[in-house]
Design a binder for this molecule. Structure first.
Ligand code: SF4
Length: 690
């Protein structure tokens, strides 16, 4: 437990880490963050996890970059903001003139507030003249958003965390909430102790899997097969909700004949589970009313990530588990504001509020609001930007709060693509791996404790972020940097904001579902969208989607999805299957948590391996092992654990120097390009100490 010194002031704000969005008070003394304590909220009920509560020292880390910098040769030089902005503006203009607007792009992230993400995409579209804008949702839950939007009409969680205490059964798919969303994990655990049923679908024996009624330890990459087999069971055994289907679901006849090919007895061995367990899980999910699904990146980071979520939605439609309290399909968003990044329009084919760029009426309304014509064709997403960079068609990227070189799969290929760019602008707290390798300009950004704004959590809840301390040196909030660069590129009008509230009011004017979310209301409460404007300004927000209908109509259609195996397969040379993910003490690229005492609690990523495989390979606990894939190698200490199945490995990816993404494959989701981080064929060799 951390000891704290004197506190002058407590400031209420939102956690910077996962998408649960816990509320906290941050204690400051002498312009320093010195303590954090939880506050009560509908999300966290007065609790915080080990990341939110203790991992705040990054904000005062000695290696914070506090001045703008330009790289000359191999060295970085501190310069004034004026010099950095003028240089960047003229380089962007030069490249746009020499090539075209679509050779430029912007990458925003969950580190930025809603207001900053909104300005990032407006900058790309209005100032640069391109729809090449994306965010970190691309590598995590873009498949969830696509699946939910396609089948139900809204690309977000259907229900709320407050439903956890009102469900009869949880089905957790490819998620490990006690480590990655710990406050939600703890609430689920308490609800299970109080009598709710629990099905866990996960290759690893996670903490919640160990206390589940049924644990389906499926082979990674077989989600579609498994959910199809559960759907086949429901229909074969007459467990579907006929009344609900009659009122709310289309396509049953075609789906019923399609799904017979997926009887559990036909697919169980491919999934690595028994047909009996698949049938038991299907019965349990169908008979418990209501039943609630949460899912994580074990669902989405696959070749069929989007289709895996769609096949899960089929189950909810067949059993009437949508539009009701304690039910639904709920992606556990990994980052504080990843829902907000995409929702604000940091997507190549969508404008703010997930409004369709291809719709001329939508475009016209934004053109009127922004006073300019907009580019009409969908832009490039991040993987497509990197591919275009490799082929020489993409020239410049502005990256905000996102360490691409470390986070993207197949690191050597990513670095080779980034090295082709003529201009890389990195905006961050620290000189991250991307900046070190390929950066030309560095803009020092304010941390979450140094700015105002709002975040949007995983259950569509908008919550305020409040400034606690001043930024060090000349670091600035992202929104100020964007407005200043826009001005340097001749766009004073449209970027003249004196505070985040003014930006938020513009967002409300172009996003009807968020129009009722005024700062005045958010001052004392948090609200979930849709929250349209009303005459009396008291719309309660929407805790449960789809109570009356789905998107365009009263009914949603079942989707017939055939299973397609990934091309990334094990063979004699690479006989083991590696999945990667996060763990309790650290967060993503480790930028923040490794600059906190959490680094002592968990000092390194490890290679998790089953006792049987460790014996076979002659590996001892703590010994270094070299992991090799078809794409690269990494060396990690061995952790022998019975959480792992024979033939499967797991490692987290938080330490830059260990470079776990050197291993991961270039394959990605076949609809929205989320990388297939969850399936890499590898071999392992123990190393002897020198
Ligand atoms: Fe922060 Fe997530 Fe932990 Fe809550 S559960 S304190 S939001 S990291």
């Amino acid at each position: 437990k951390r000891s704290t010194g004197p506190v002058d002031q407590w400031t209420k704000t939102t956690c910077v880490y996962c998408g649960v969005g816990c509320q906290m008070e941050v204690g400051s003394h002498d312009n320093k963050v010195v303590a954090i304590r939880p506050t009560d909220s509908p999300v966290n009920h007065g609790h915080l996890c080990v990341k939110g509560r203790y991992a705040y020292d990054f904000t005062h880390a000695p290696d914070r970059i506090t001045h703008p910098m330009l790289r000359r040769g191999s060295d970085w030089h501190a310069v004034s903001w004026e010099e950095a902005l003028s240089f960047t503006a003229s380089r962007l203009q030069e490249l746009r003139n020499k090539y075209e607007a679509d050779s430029l792009g912007v990458l925003s992230s969950a580190r930025a507030t809603n207001e900053e993400n909104y300005l990032a995409q407006k900058f790309a579209r209005v100032v640069l003249g391109t729809n090449n804008v994306d965010c970190c949702a691309r590598v995590c839950h873009q498949p969830s958003a696509k699946a939910l939007k396609t089948m139900l009409g809204t690309g977000a969680a259907t229900n709320s965390f407050s439903d956890i205490e009102h469900t009869s059964l949880f089905m957790l798919c490819g998620c490990n909430p006690t480590e990655n969303h710990p406050i939600v994990g703890a609430r689920i655990k308490q609800a299970v102790r109080a009598g709710a049923g629990l099905i866990v679908i996960d290759p690893r024996r996670t903490e919640l899997a160990a206390c589940a009624d049924i644990h389906l330890a499926l082979r990674p990459g077989t989600n579609v097969l498994l959910f199809n087999a559960m759907a086949a069971t429901l229909l074969e055994e007459g467990l579907q909700d006929d009344d609900y289907i009659a009122m709310r679901v289309d396509g049953l006849a075609g789906f019923s004949s399609f799904i017979t090919a997926y009887a559990p007895e036909q697919v169980a061995s491919q999934c690595g589970v028994t047909s009996g367990d698949i049938r038991r899980a299907a019965r349990m999910y169908a008979l418990a009313k209501p039943a609630m699904c949460f899912h994580g990146l074990g669902m989405t980071e696959h070749l069929q990530g989007t289709q895996g979520v769609m096949s899960l939605i089929n189950l909810a439609l067949l059993t009437g588990n949508l539009g009701k309290r304690g039910s639904g399909i709920n992606p556990l968003r990994g980052q504080n504001n990843v829902q907000g990044s995409a929702q604000m329009g940091c997507e190549p084919a969508s404008l703010t509020g997930a409004q369709n760029l291809a719709d001329a009426k939508v475009r016209a309304s934004f053109e009127q609001a922004w006073g300019t014509n907009l580019p009409t064709s969908a832009g490039l997403d991040l993987p497509a930007m990197l591919a275009a960079a490799s082929s020489g068609k993409f020239k410049a990227m502005w990256v905000m709060g996102y360490d691409i070189a470390m986070s993207m799969p197949n690191a050597s290929q990513t670095l080779a693509a980034l090295a082709q760019l003529e201009l890389v602008i990195v905006q961050d707290l620290f000189l991250n791996e991307t900046a070190k390798a390929v950066g030309h300009v560095f803009f020092p950004a304010a941390s979450v404790f140094e700015k105002d704004g709002s975040f949007m959590n995983a259950d569509r809840r908008v919550q305020r972020v409040r400034q606690v301390v001043n930024s060090p040196g000349e670091a600035k909030p992202d929104w100020q940097i964007i407005t200043e660069l826009a001005r340097h590129m001749g766009h004073e009008q449209g970027f003249k904001f004196d505070a985040p509230q003014a930006i938020w009011n513009e967002i409300r004017s172009v996003w009807p579902a968020g129009a009722g979310l005024s700062y005045q209301r958010l001052q004392n409460e948090s609200l979930q969208w849709p929250c349209p404007a009303t005459l009396d300004d008291n719309h309660p927000g929407t805790a449960i989607l789809h109570q009356q209908g789905f998107g365009a109509g009263p009914k949603a259609s079942l989707a017939c999805i055939d299973y397609q195996p990934t091309a990334e397969v094990c063979d004699d040379d690479y006989p083991l299957l590696l999945t990667t993910g996060r763990e309790l003490y650290h967060f993503n690229a480790g930028t923040m948590t490794y600059r906190s005492p959490n680094a002592v609690l968990k000092p390194t990523d490890t290679l998790d391996i089953s006792p049987a495989d460790a014996r076979l390979l002659g590996l001892a606990q703590g010994q270094s092992a070299r992991i090799s894939s078809r794409y690269g190698t990494a060396v990690l200490p061995v952790n022998i654990t019975d959480k792992m199945q024979v033939g499967q490995l797991f490692c987290s990816f938080h330490r830059a120097d260990l470079n776990v993404n050197a291993l991961t494959s270039p394959y990605c989701d076949n609809l929205v390009h989320a990388p297939e981080y969850k399936v890499t064929a590898v071999k392992v060799k123990g190393l002897t100490a020198e």
